[in-house]
Structure formats: structure tokens, C-alpha cells
Design a protein around this ligand. Structure first.
Ligand SMILES: *[C@@H]1O[C@H](CO)[C@@H](O)[C@H](O)[C@H]1NC(C)=O
Length: 216
């Protein structure tokens, strides 16, 4: 009995040691070492605490409507660590989403964050798709005051399903969530992914892929 318990404790300690030994989650896409440069860390180095002011924890402008005059009819106004330095190392951030009537935020992922959205104005359809092999698509139409969560890393989208402007606020579980729009990354990379690779991947002709690549 005592021996069994001892084994359990040793195994449990080994397990937690492994868990604690992992790196912190990355806060930027990559961190190329600059051996002769200034200190660079995952995220940003810290300002001297003696010179920190209230304004370091402050950002304004989230009441201002974004410019939705683009082919998607949408706009994202971020309050990430670049806009609000006090967010560094805190693992949270915010963004305002504006939608023209029937405007879309195209399918994308956030490599470092889950996202929780609340509708302030209008009616917004949201959805996300799970990973292989299920690829389940969860979708819902949200009204003012409704809240929806997009689990970390999954492909998701939003669309205004109304004839008026729509506004949402989202919170993200990273100071620097990053965004990977599927269209831009797959069809608009620099340099291009070879057309024949994408033709095979999407089971269409090279011409169809070339046309899409031209749009990005
Ligand atoms: C909105 O964006 C469009 C397209 O970039 C631009 O032509 C227009 O001047 C912008 N409008 C405002 C109010 O900034």
C-alpha cells in the first residue's frame, strides 16, 4: 500500500516536472538571435519601473468606427501590446470589429490566442471549424449583447448579416495574438507558393489558382 502510494507520488512529481519544464508560449512569430545587438526576449524587454506612468497602461480610440471601405467591408482596430505597452507579459488584448452591411472578416486563425466576442450593434454570423479529421463547422447568428468564443488556433470568420453597420468587441488571450488570414497566407505569400502545389492541394486547375493568386 505504502509502496504503491510512493510510486504514485514519484510518478506525479515526474509528470508535473515535465509540464513545468516546457518553454513559455511564444509572444512573437519568431525570435532570431542577434548575438551582437540589444537584449531581445520573447515579447518585449521591460521599461525601467521608475519611469512607468499611468499612460503606459492606457489606450484611447476604441469608440472610433474603423474604415470599412475595402473589398471585405470590415475593419479591425487593435489594442494589442504595440498600442498599449502595459499589456506586455499579461497575455490579454482587445480589438474593435466594424462591419459595413454584409461585410466579412475572412477566415483566419490567431496563432497565439483564443478569442471571445461580444456584439455591441447589429447581427453577426460567426463560425469556426475544428481540426482534422472531423472538420466540424460550428456557426451561429449573434445579436446585440450575445457572446461567442473561438478556441485557440482554429479557423474562424465573422459576417454582418444585416443591412445596418455592425460593431463587436473581441478579447484575446495574448498581448500579441497574431493573425493568419487563410487567403493572404496561402495565395498571397511572398514569394508565391508554386501554383501547381496549390492546384493539387485544392483540386483545381493551375489557371484557377493563378487567378486567385493575382487577387492577393
Ligand atoms: C477609407 O479607406 C479608403 C480605402 O483605403 C480610402 O480611400 C478612404 O479615404 C478612407 N476613408 C477615411 C474616412 O479615412
Amino acid at each position: 500500500m505504502a509502496h504503491g502510494l510512493g510510486t504514485f507520488v514519484v510518478l506525479a512529481l515526474a509528470y508535473f516536472t515535465v509540464v513545468w519544464a516546457t518553454d513559455h508560449s511564444p509572444l512573437q512569430d519568431f525570435c532570431v538571435a542577434d548575438v551582437s545587438g540589444q537584449v531581445l526576449v520573447n515579447g518585449f524587454a521591460c521599461k525601467n519601473p521608475n519611469s512607468v506612468q499611468a499612460d503606459d497602461f492606457y489606450h484611447s480610440g476604441m469608440h472610433i468606427m474603423g474604415n470599412t471601405s475595402n473589398f471585405l467591408g470590415s475593419s479591425v482596430t487593435p489594442a494589442f501590446v504595440s498600442q498599449l505597452p502595459g499589456l506586455n507579459t499579461l497575455g490579454i488584448s482587445l480589438a474593435r470589429l466594424d462591419f459595413a452591411p454584409w461585410g466579412v472578416i475572412a477566415p483566419h486563425t490567431h496563432p497565439r490566442a483564443s478569442e471571445i466576442l461580444t456584439v455591441l450593434e447589429g447581427k453577426i454570423q460567426v463560425g469556426f471549424v475544428t481540426s482534422n479529421p472531423e472538420n466540424r463547422h460550428f456557426s451561429k447568428v449573434l445579436n446585440k449583447g450575445d457572446v461567442f468564443v473561438f478556441p485557440m488556433n482554429l479557423v474562424h470568420y465573422q459576417r454582418n448579416v444585416g443591412n445596418t453597420y455592425a460593431v463587436a468587441m473581441v478579447a484575446l488571450s495574448s498581448q500579441n495574438p497574431g493573425v493568419v488570414p487563410i487567403g493572404n497566407t496561402v495565395f498571397g505569400s511572398n514569394p508565391d507558393i508554386s501554383t501547381d502545389i496549390l492546384a493539387k492541394a485544392f483540386q483545381v486547375s493551375d489557371d484557377v489558382i493563378s487567378n486567385i493568386q493575382l487577387k492577393f
